[in-house]
Ligand binder design. Structure first.
Ligand code: PEP
Ligand code: MG
Length: 883
């Protein structure tokens, strides 16, 4: 097999379609070269080699040497320079590049090919002594860090000392002789720490770097990133070896990163940053604060340093033409790295740009309207889960703001929380239930778990494309970066700004859309659901087949659900209504009573309350179907605990406290999840379900009469295992309906169905469908009972299960399609065979999970039901599943 693929100089061994083999970076370099864009020549060692490298005990096969030598020969032929040539050396960069981008997670080595001899050749060829020695010290520093894994603090310290000795403050003040001296120091440091001199053979340097890049695939931070982003560990990374071009060859050289549209808002404006006389890593690392790309952006930010458009108009014009070429070619927003070497533009990378949910929507809608893509592509472009970012509140523009600092609006959204100064504390406090804001001077890839745990991220240094900004946007965390006025003391855990002082645990608010940092908490407002969101959702609705309902029982949730486009209620959990103040005592009275008569007395008190609940829901849902589930949880969940609570029940029921306590003790269960719950309550105490059914029908008649919108109640019996259970419960419900219709002289059309949430019910679905008029898969319990894993205790070990690949994802979040899915499919088939047209839905948490929704489409359920905030996600996921 072949492992090395060339690009540049009129050659492209691969293209954009080869992402799996060449990684994203390699595939796109080859693609850009093939459409005639200026790409420095190079070659890619494929991801297949990474897999083989690990399979063979971190060894390279002998055959790779010849292939790499051919690759180097290709670069030499195109550039006319030679690797290791003391007169005019070829220098290369060695970079990682996985199938999907993992920003900052893996290693890079620049300026490779420098040694004590070639540095002189580089100085002569470039006519710039200072540049050559600066490049050499950068190379030694990077190589020592990345390949030799030496302590990089010592190198930074050496640089600081060198500057102090000379009284310099900026790196740019160091001259050729200074850098030369520093190179001497660096080499001594390497020898001291590594025990061997810095490698002078350029081939050794190259193989060391290639090994380090492959090695970085298994670094801790890369593993964490993969876990958070569901990237399989066996994909591997490719290695890209490419001729160096220099952005640090003086003032006609520069380096930058750019997006063809604004990745924060989606606006159609070039967006990016550049640094004159710098190397690529300087921009991304956030060490120097970069300049804007366009004049408009600079003016909007009121910045003084000239934009690229102003400082280098000709190259900027060329760059703008490249942006247009790339957008029409890829038909998506691109994220680009470029370098200008003495006035010549070079493209180092392009990829589909990461973007916020807001930008994703706007770009998809705009591109469809511009004719670049069709509506189906637009619908497929937006990640349904990302919509979550848009559905949550933003800062109330009217609320007072105690602004203490302003940074860059690096990732939109607002967040309030307690400030913490390191990733570990962020994680601990978040696990303990705090909302935290992670405050760092700058973030590094090691902080990734803390960024994930935090509600928002605030940094003192770094631009819009710094690590913090890129990662925060990808995670959907609000971020303000480069707030330069913050004086952060991470050791003392304090933050000073604007003459004020904040310590760990104090509350700050950040607004990632404006860059403002505020003391205390700021009020929020509901999101805007019109505009691009409305447009894309309307396109999605045209494409989807599955109906989308909501799990809701309060009037507020029902209203939210409707605003988000729910087409009915798929699960109204009536037990939630029993906890309300004023009625819990009646509920307790019912439970603790030891006779039907006592229970009925309590139920009579609950009836009007329950009826009022349903009236409110039916009014809001105005003629849409509402699935009402009868009481489900074990009764002891409602039991009194405090003395005062017992006293209240005693007063209401006239039963002695001692008796009530004894009864409460009797209700104790060893395994309540498999105990006296669900329809077992209805079987033993039919009067409970009778009261609930009566409340439903009385409410339905009332609303139908008053509003003219006849409600469509679908009464659902929980935890059914057998046909007979459902038959008994249906009789209770039908009798209540008949009684109410006779009393009122008004009839309502309704259905009686069941949840399928036990394996036996799935197996016997054919029989159960003879009675039930609809099924709703309760996949929370069905997962619990099929896997034999307690949904309340699984947290302790499931993460390990996912890590070890036993389940691909947490089966309570994303349906175990292979196992639980098979039961569902079987139940659907058997149910439909017994009752053609049987209505089928899903109401477990999985009803809001895009992957699970995909499965629901495959087996052609009628609807999914999700929590209100997940309704838009479900609508979009259902459309994508149908396409
Ligand atoms: C289920 O079990 O999936 C379900 C929706 O019911 P609950 O979560 O209330 O048990
Ligand atoms: Mg359940």
């Amino acid at each position: 097999a072949r492992y090395v693929f060339r690009f540049g100089g009129g050659v492209s061994d691969g293209g954009a379609g080869d992402r799996n083999l060449l990684g994203g970076k390699g595939a796109n370099l080859a693609e850009m070269a093939s459409i005639g864009l200026p790409v420095p020549p190079g070659f890619t060692i494929s991801t297949a080699m990474c897999s083989r490298y690990y399979a063979e005990g971190e060894q390279f096969p002998a055959s790779l040497r010849a292939e790499v030598a051919d690759g180097i020969a290709h670069i030499e032929a195109v550039t006319g320079k030679h690797f290791g040539d003391p007169a005019d050396p070829l220098l290369v960069s060695v970079r990682s590049g996985a199938r999907v981008s993992m920003p900052g997670m893996m290693d890079t080595v620049l300026n490779l090919g420098l040694n004590d001899e070639t540095v002189q050749g580089l100085a002569r060829a470039a006519g710039d002594e200072r540049f050559a020695w600066d490049s050499y010290r950068r190379f030694i520093q990077m190589y020592a860090d990345v390949v030799l894994e030496l302590d990089h603090g010592a190198f930074e310290e050496a640089l600081e000392i060198a500057k102090e000795d000379k009284g310099y403050t900026l790196d740019t003040e160091l001259g050729a002789e200074d850098w030369k001296a520093l190179v001497g120091h660096y080499k001594a440091l390497v020898e001291e720490q590594w025990g061997r001199p810095f490698p002078q053979q350029v081939e050794d340097q190259l193989w060391g770097a290639v090994g380090a890049v492959f090695g970085s695939w298994q670094s801790e931070r890369a593993k964490v990133y993969r876990r958070l982003n569901d990237i399989p560990g066996d994909w591997g990374t490719a290695v890209n070896v490419q001729a160096m071009v220099f952005g640090n060859m003086g003032d006609s050289s520069a380096t930058g990163v750019a997006f063809t549209r604004d990745p924060g808002t989606g606006e159609r404006a070039y967006y990016g940053e550049f640094l004159i006389n710098a190397q690529g890593e300087d921009v991304v690392a956030g060490i120097r604060t970069p300049q804007y790309l366009t004049r408009a952006a600079r003016e909007a930010a009121n910045a003084r340093a000239p934009s690229m458009e102003e400082a280098m108009p000709a190259v900027y014009g060329e760059l703008a033409r490249v942006f247009e070429t790339l957008e029409t070619h890829y038909r998506d927003m691109q994220d680009i790295e470029f370098t200008v070497e003495r006035g010549a533009l070079w493209m180092l990378q392009t990829r589909a740009g990461k973007r916020t949910a807001k930008a994703a929507l706007k770009i998809a809608v705009d591109m469809a309207q511009e004719g670049l893509i069709d509506r189906e592509t637009a619908v497929l472009r937006v990640d349904p889960l990302a919509l979550d970012q848009l559905l949550h509140p933003t800062l109330d523009p009217e609320a007072p703001r105690d602004v203490v600092a302003k940074g860059l609006p690096a990732s939109p959204g607002a967040a309030s929380g307690r400030i913490v100064f390191d990733a570990e504390t962020a994680e601990q406090r978040a696990n303990a239930g705090d909302n935290v804001i992670l405050v760092r001077i700058e973030t590094s890839p090691e902080d990734i778990h803390g960024m994930h745990a935090a509600r928002g991220i605030l940094t003192a240094r770094g631009g819009m494309t710094s690590h913090a900004a890129v990662v925060a946007r990808g995670m959907g965390r609000p971020c303000v970066s480069g707030a330069g006025s913050l004086a952060i003391d991470a050791k003392a855990r304090t933050l000073r700004v604007a003459g004020r002082s904040f310590k760990e645990g104090d509350i700050l608010t950040i607004d990632g859309a404006t860059g403002e940092v505020m003391a205390g908490e700021v009020a929020t407002v509901q999101p805007e659901l019109a505009g691009d969101f409305g447009t894309l959702m309307a396109w999605a609705d045209e494409k989807r087949r599955l109906a989308v309902r909501a799990n809701a029982e309060t009037p507020l949730d029902c209203r939210t659900a409707r605003e988000f486009g729910a087409e009915g209620i798929g699960l109204c959990r009536t037990e939630h209504m029993f906890f309300e103040a004023g009625r819990i005592t009646a509920v307790r009275q019912m439970i603790l009573s030891d006779s039907e008569k006592g229970r009925r007395a309590a139920l009579d008190r609950l009836l009007p309350e329950q009826r009022a609940d349903f009236v409110a829901i039916f009014e809001i849902m105005a003629g849409l179907p509402v699935t009402i589930r009868l009481l489900d949880p074990p009764l002891h969940e409602f039991l009194p605990h405090e003395d005062a609570e017992f006293e209240e029940v005693a007063a209401a029921s006239g039963v002695a406290i001692e008796k009530l306590r004894q009864r409460a003790a009797e209700l104790h269960e060893f395994n309540p999840m498999l105990g006296h719950r669900g329809c077992r309550l209805g079987v033993t105490y039919p009067e409970i379900y009778e009261m609930q059914a009566r409340a439903v029908f009385e409410a339905a008649v009332d609303v139908a009469r008053r509003t003219g919108d006849a409600p469509i109640p679908e009464i659902m019996v929980p935890l059914v295992a057998t046909r007979r259970e459902l038959e008994l419960m249906k009789a209770v419900i039908d009798a209540a309906a008949a009684a109410v219709f006779a009393e009122t002289g008004h009839t309502i059309t309704y259905l009686v169905g069941t949840m399928i949430e036990l394996p036996r019910a799935a197996l016997k679905a054919g029989e159960i469908a003879e009675i039930g008029e609809f099924f709703s898969f309760g996949t929370n319990d069905l997962t619990q009972t099929t896997l034999g894993v307690s949904r309340d205790d699984a947290g302790r070990f499931l993460a390990t299960y996912v890590e070890k690949g036993i389940y691909a994802k947490d089966p309570f979040v994303s349906l175990d399609v292979e196992g639980v899915g098979e039961l569902i499919e079987m139940a659907a088939t058997r149910g439909r065979a017994a009752r053609p047209g049987l209505k089928l839905g899903i109401c477990g948490e999985h009803g809001g999970d895009p992957a699970s929704i995909g499965f629901c489409e495959t087996i052609r359920l009628d609807y999914v039901s999700a929590s209100p905030y997940r309704v838009p996600i479900a609508r979009l996921a259902a459309a994508q599943a149908a396409l």
